[in-house]
Design a protein. Structure first.
Length: 372
């Protein structure tokens, strides 16, 4: 089975695709990856006695050299003389973080993770707590803060539909999504339980404020009932292609990909924010990170840097997590912003606490049902 891609990995792929299509030049490409914290490898592990104190940010890969410094690194260094922000594209999986911490050979200071990483690894004693006396959680939109992680950007899973095939009464939520009598045709889902269980439960009539804690068995029953009517994606590019080819009448995918399809088809492939699942782009700090408390100053900077968050939104449509930044999105682009107040209020805020405790078991049940 192909690896299921994370949202962060897909943002890197989006940057590459934009470069290939000529939608941005090399400098803009480097800047886009810089916004994500993706750059050239830092090289060998650091010497703790080095005069210049390094802060190493581990992300999911890319080819830009010093692009991250253009948006976060250099401004942060200017505020903190003697500090060097270094990027390391080494794919910070939960397994790698755990191995690094347990071997007491930690070389990363902050990692692009996920909400359930923050919960599951935090509970195992593998992460440092976020110091919210330094990071101002009050300036962030709902759902962006965890004890062991904080998010400088947001994203959503939304319902995308082919308006040429659903008529004048498009789907308004997940109950419509799973109504195969009203809307015949295949549906597209992700090959991973994360967020798909929420969709299934809402499709079975569970109110958004009753989703958590989730009834996995109930969600799986609806999946089992319709599993022959689904096609599944592993990567963001694949989700685009399944909808572009017409293989599915409607599907769920990341809002970043939905925006591309909406613009490409001049609105024929449209999407709704209603009952979307708003998620945080959580960053985590490995236990015993070499830069120590400096990482909280860096995270505070990332979470309060409005221009950087708006730049990221401009390239990928990943939403600002900072309330002030979200308010600065131009009116003509707010329709694409997952964290816009009008869009956020009709979405389900993702519960990483539940997923951090239940992912392994819930995902296995989901995958077993698909394979059924």
């Amino acid at each position: 089975m192909d690896k299921v891609q994370s949202f962060q990995e897909d943002l890197v792929e989006l940057a590459k695709e934009k470069l290939a299509r000529g939608e941005l030049n090399r400098r803009q490409f480097a800047a886009a990856l810089g916004l994500l914290g993706v750059g050239a490898a830092a090289g060998s592990p650091r010497d703790a006695a080095a005069q210049v104190k390094e802060l190493v940010y581990c992300n999911w890969g890319g080819t830009a050299n010093t692009a991250y410094g253009n948006y976060y690194g250099k401004p942060f260094e200017a505020l903190n003389p003697g500090v060097k922000v270094v990027m390391e594209p080494a794919s910070p999986t939960a397994g790698k973080i755990r191995a690094m911490v347990e071997s007491k050979k930690v070389t990363w200071d902050v990692c692009d993770g996920s909400a359930f990483f923050a919960v599951s690894l935090g509970a195992m004693g593998l992460l440092e707590k976020i110091d919210y006396s330094v990071v101002n959680k009050n300036e962030l939109v709902s759902g962006m803060t965890y004890e062991y992680g904080v998010a400088p950007f947001s994203f959503s899973n939304v319902i995308l539909y082919d308006s040429a095939k659903v008529g004048n009464d498009p789907p308004k939520g997940w109950v419509d999504f799973f109504n195969f009598q009203k809307y015949p045709g295949k549906r597209m889902m992700r090959r991973d339980a994360n967020v798909m269980l929420e969709a299934l439960l809402m499709g079975d009539g569970v109110a958004m404020n009753k989703i958590y804690p989730m009834d996995v068995s109930r969600a799986v029953e609806l999946l089992k009932k319709h599993r022959k009517d689904f096609v599944y994606w592993n990567s963001g590019a694949e989700s685009e292609q399944l909808m572009r080819s017409g293989e599915a009448v409607m599907g769920t995918l990341w809002n970043t990909r939905a925006k591309i399809l909406f613009e490409e088809t001049k609105g024929r492939l449209a999407f709704t924010w209603n009952q979307g699942i708003l998620q945080p782009g959580v960053q985590v700090v490995p236990k015993g990170n070499p830069a120590g408390g400096l990482v909280n100053k860096f995270l505070a900077f990332a979470c309060s840097n409005e221009d950087a968050q708006l730049g990221l939104f401009g390239f990928f449509a990943s939403g600002p997590s900072n309330k002030r930044a979200a308010a600065r999105v131009s009116p003509d682009l707010r329709r694409f912003n997952p964290s816009d107040p009008d869009n956020a209020k009709i979405q389900l805020v993702y519960d990483g606490e539940w997923w951090g405790k239940n992912y392994a078991d819930a995902n296995q049940k989901y995958l077993d049902t698909i394979a059924g």
